[in-house]
Design a protein around this ligand. Sequence first.
Ligand code: BEZ
Length: 224
Amino acid sequence: MPGLLLGDEAPDFEAETTQGRIRFHDFLGDSWGILFSHPRDFTPVCTTELGRAAKLAAEFSKRNVKMIALSIDSVQDHLSWSKDINAYNGEQPKEKLPFPIIADANRELAVKLGMLDPDERDKDGMPLTARVVFVFGPDKKLKLSILYPATTGRNFDEILRVVDSLQLTAYKKVATPVDWKPGDSVMVVPTLPDEEAKKLFPKGVFTKDLPSGKKYLRYTPQPE
Ligand code: BEZ
């Protein structure tokens, strides 16, 4: 099945959305972008996910990340469902969400982007769209992809956390260790020589001793 691999350029598709027709590259502009897909409108897990995404919109915007969702149904269904999502969030049941939702009624985009879940089917036996997250950099290249089946809701705090990690790598040339949270120490990447690391990270580089004697566990406080 076609899909997207890390480093691939985002396809420059055109689509109808709840905020009008878009061309994906124009939509992204010079920003980072997150595209997250959903199996179907008016379904319980999707409603909780889109509610959480709406609540976190200001956090994504602070990080210069444009959000866009995709679901199988029509624009009209998406608008009507958006009222439920706002109500679920305890807000006025209005049609507007802080991001557009793409209408992919005939699954064309889901197929093109490798998003179908073969185990979850609609009443006509057609596979539903899985829960995919694509994060694109300002160069429109795929920086991260997450693929969950239709039955498992995503953790949007984790999605923000990975955006923070991706941006630290892009702007500060560091990696983030297991269970890293913003504010924790980060790791110097293996390809950076010690002398350069000292210059690049004035807060210091701290190496953990290991039985192998190899000095590869190098930490530095999170750069500003
Ligand atoms: C849901 O969003 O609740 C859902 C959608 C498709 C399959 C299973 C769950």
